[in-house]
Ligand binder design. Structure first.
Ligand SMILES: [Zn+2]
Ligand SMILES: [Zn+2]
Length: 140
């Protein structure tokens, strides 16, 4: 799908700057800060000012097109991926729920801090569901 179409579907006005930012994020294999995007934009596309970039990133974040990752230093932005889910199972009643994989952000943190790209992860999540927790608390 083209970016034009994508922006239209998300009710975002199409501007060349917005498309440039999406292209930059798409072609990067790691999270980018607003400053990074600013520099790349200047080199490859057009001269956008930093506040336009911040506003655009905010808009994209609101529309859930990108994800903001807060790490030490400037926040990084990545395009949202399809994502997969993990299963959480209650220790007490065995009820299970699916949650969105929480590793996406951690992957970016690892990339930024250690330069490693994760190829695989396994998560074992254990917990107690809300109902069981309430029951437990009311007994005490
Ligand atoms: Zn339970
Ligand atoms: Zn996962």
């Amino acid at each position: 799908m083209s970016w034009e179409r994508y922006l239209k579907d998300n009710n975002i006005r199409i501007t060349s700057g917005r498309i440039a930012i999406l292209n930059i994020l798409k072609s990067s294999n790691k999270g980018l800060s607003a400053e990074n995007i600013y520099d790349l934009c200047k080199k490859q596309y057009e001269n956008l000012n930093l506040s336009t970039i911040y506003r655009t990133l905010e808009l994209f974040e609101e529309k859930e097109i990108i994800k903001k990752i807060n790490i030490d230093g400037p926040a990084l932005y990545v395009l949202k991926k399809e994502g997969h889910k993990h299963l959480l199972k209650c220790d007490l009643c065995n009820k299970s729920v699916e949650i969105q994989c929480p590793m996406e952000e951690i992957e970016e943190i690892i990339k930024a801090q250690a330069g490693f790209s994760l190829t695989e992860h396994k998560l074992e999540l254990k917990g107690v569901c809300e109902e069981c927790k309430d029951k437990k608390n009311s007994r005490n």
